[in-house]
Ligand binder design. Structure first.
Ligand code: UD1
Ligand code: UDP
Length: 349
């Protein structure tokens, strides 16, 4: 079987690290990198570190407004799909690369498989919500990571070929956790005491592109008594500079790190404060309390079992949670058995 896989943004490289090598055991995979993320520490580092096959094509679309970025991808993808004639196109998650990959295939009547189908925030102002709903409705195979995702699809009338296989990021964490402990040198670099720092990430457009929300977050981190480690997404760096937000000494800003360093930091942290989808899940995998700086989450199970709390961007709420939030319940098996990637490939083939 000939499968085209589309990746373009950081979390998609990590997901492909779990799935691509399994696809290649018995199939032909063509890997297309749209170039949505392009800095070394947002892209190449993941390929080098995680043994992801080198992309067969890099569209190099770079950054831009949503229409421009998605449109450029569509133009280039169509040429490749027509030339390569794949049996199926596989897309991950909810980025502009996901939507472009799926839409282009759908128009050419090539079946689409969507990994991480059925996630919903019920907030249509998020570009990710638009991308995932549209992608789900044009996909032939829907690989849902959780029961909630399956129920969300059912509510929208999508019931055929829906498979709850678990979460491919759980597969990736299991696969790379020991390697992170062995190989990561981030601790030597940052001289951290395990269990005595808060790991933070911020990149969600609704938080960075709104001065009040970003200010609310930075103020809380500044006022916290804790040491904060903040690997900073380039989008957020741009807005912190533009809004001239002051950063206190308790916050250590570092460049975005590779996946192994990130897993290591997660494992050594006391709590995780984030607006990332993937990092919320990894906090759960690592057994760390998660404080989510959003108004809602797609990963509602982590909240329901008491390991994640939603605080938005209100300074007082974030500060209170940093001080007081501790998980209330035992962890449950929410994200499958660590074999999502195998199940996806078996189902498709
Ligand atoms: C994108 C996804 C988001 C995902 C995130 C993962 C969309 C709409 N958003 O958000 O769902 O959670 O990736 O990290 O697809 N930039 C660089 N270098 C890079 C990449 C980006 O400097 O290598 C800067 C540029 O200023 C760019 C900005 O970051 O304009 C935003 O990048 P973009 O890919 O549009 O969105 P993300 O915030 O990364
Ligand atoms: N990540 C990383 N380095 C960083 C920040 C995040 O390797 O500096 C990893 C993180 O461990 C997770 C994924 O990137 O696996 C999450 O991606 P991101 O937060 O960019 O996007 P989202 O999951 O919100 O779409």
């Amino acid at each position: 079987m000939k499968i085209i896989t589309i990746v373009g943004a950081r979390p998609q490289f990590i997901k492909a690290a779990a799935v691509s090598n399994i696809i290649r055991e018995e199939n032909k995979e063509i890997l297309i990198h749209t170039g949505q993320h392009y800095d070394n520490n947002m892209s190449d580092i993941f390929f080098n570190e995680l043994g992801i096959p080198y992309p067969d094509y890099n569209l190099q679309v770079g950054s831009g407004n949503h229409g421009e970025q998605t449109g450029k991808m569509l133009i280039e993808l169509e040429k490749i799909y027509l030339e390569e004639k794949p049996d199926l196109v596989l897309v991950y998650g909810d980025t502009n690369s996901t939507l472009a990959g799926a839409l282009c295939a759908s128009k050419l009547l090539i079946p689409v498989a969507h990994v991480e189908a059925g996630l919903r925030s019920f907030n249509m102002s998020m570009p990710e919500e638009q991308n995932r709903i549209l992608t789900d409705h044009i996909s032939k195979y829907l690989f849902a990571p959780t029961d909630t995702a399956v129920a969300n699809l059912k509510n929208e009338g999508v019931v055929n070929n829906v498979h709850n296989v678990g979460d491919v990021m759980y597969d990736a964490t299991i696969h790379f956790k020991n390697k992170a402990l062995e190989k990561s040198q981030i601790n030597e670099k940052l001289k951290l005491t395990p269990g005595e720092f808060i790991l933070t990430t911020i990149h969600r457009a609704e938080n960075t592109n709104d001065i009040n929300r970003l200010e609310g977050i930075i103020k809380a981190l500044n006022e916290s008594e804790e040491q904060i480690i903040l690997p900073l997404h380039p989008r957020t760096k741009k807005y912190i500079d533009e809004y001239k937000l002051m950063i206190r000494d308790n916050i250590k800003i570092i460049e975005p790190v590779g996946y192994l360093d990130m897993l290591y930091l997660e494992m050594m942290s006391k709590k995780i404060v984030t607006d990332s989808g993937g990092v919320q899940k990894e906090a759960y995998f690592m057994g760390k309390p998660c404080i989510t700086m959003r108004d809602e989450t797609e990963w509602i199970e982590t909240v329901n079992v008491g390991w994640n709390c939603i605080v938005g961007t209100d300074t007082t709420k974030i500060l209170k949670a940093i001080m007081n939030f501790n998980p209330l319940g035992e962890q449950k098996n929410i994200f499958g058995d660590g074999n999502a990637s195998n199940k996806i490939v078996r189902t498709i083939v």
